[in-house]
Design a protein around this ligand. Structure first.
Ligand SMILES: [Zn+2]
Length: 219
């Protein structure tokens, strides 16, 4: 993996620092007091951009403190979840009627929104709706690491968020639309990632078979 996992609260939630030519890209911010301090302490080089996978508290909670200390860093996320982060929980026309559509507010606004198919440094932006309507995940084109946000979790075993994993049910419980999450899990499996770097749990090498099993469990 071209970067490091920053695990907080005993591995409950992760951020990732990814190496790029111009500095480091931070994927997600974790949350709680000390998030910024812990992340900045682990950055070997300047953090030049912050990407947010989705607008849930455990991923964007550290954003305001980090942005205050990194005034020149870009802040990137999907337009859809930027709306959630700004406090607008209304559905979009044509969107399925999900169980929970609630973002976590932050004062910081993205400097730019990003969309599937774009590249951010070495990372390909991939659509991953379901957990939230606008969740994005990132495929590192150098080594096929999939930064999977909460499309998959690996805490308590590899699981989708389309069905609660009894050993770690929280991410599925807070998932907006489970059928969409399952479709996303299938689409991400088809990318054949070499490594699964999820929002919760350890990095899993050669995750194909475990992803298949997780999809089967949720189908
Ligand atoms: Zn999460």
């Amino acid at each position: 993996m071209s970067g490091i996992r920053i695990a907080r609260f005993g591995g409950f939630v992760n951020a990732y620092l990814v190496d790029e030519d111009d500095g480091m890209t931070l994927i997600d911010t974790t949350f709680g007091r000390g998030a910024a301090k812990v992340i900045l302490a682990q950055a070997r080089r300047p953090i030049v951009r912050i990407i947010l996978t989705h607008a849930h508290q455990d991923h964007v909670g550290g954003l305001d403190a980090l942005a205050a200390q990194l005034p020149d860093a870009e802040v990137l996320m999907s337009a859809r979840d930027a709306r959630l982060m700004a406090g607008d929980n209304s559905p979009e026309p044509g969107e399925p009627n999900g169980d929970k559509i609630r973002g976590y507010g932050a004062d910081t606004k993205p400097t730019r929104t990003i969309a599937p198919g774009e590249r951010v440094g070495s990372l390909e932006v991939v659509a991953a709706p379901g957990h939230t309507p606008g969740q994005l995940v990132f495929l590192d084109t150098r080594d096929r690491t999939l930064f999977a946000a909460d499309a998959y979790t690996t805490l308590g075993g590899v699981a989708t968020t389309a069905k609660p994993n009894p050993r770690f049910p929280l991410p599925a419980m807070s998932t907006w639309h489970r059928p969409t999450a399952l479709e996303t899990a299938r689409n991400l499996r088809a990318l054949n990632p070499a490594r699964l770097a999820a929002g919760h749990g350890k990095v899993v090498e050669n995750p194909g078979a475990a992803m298949d099993a997780a999809i089967a469990k949720a189908s």
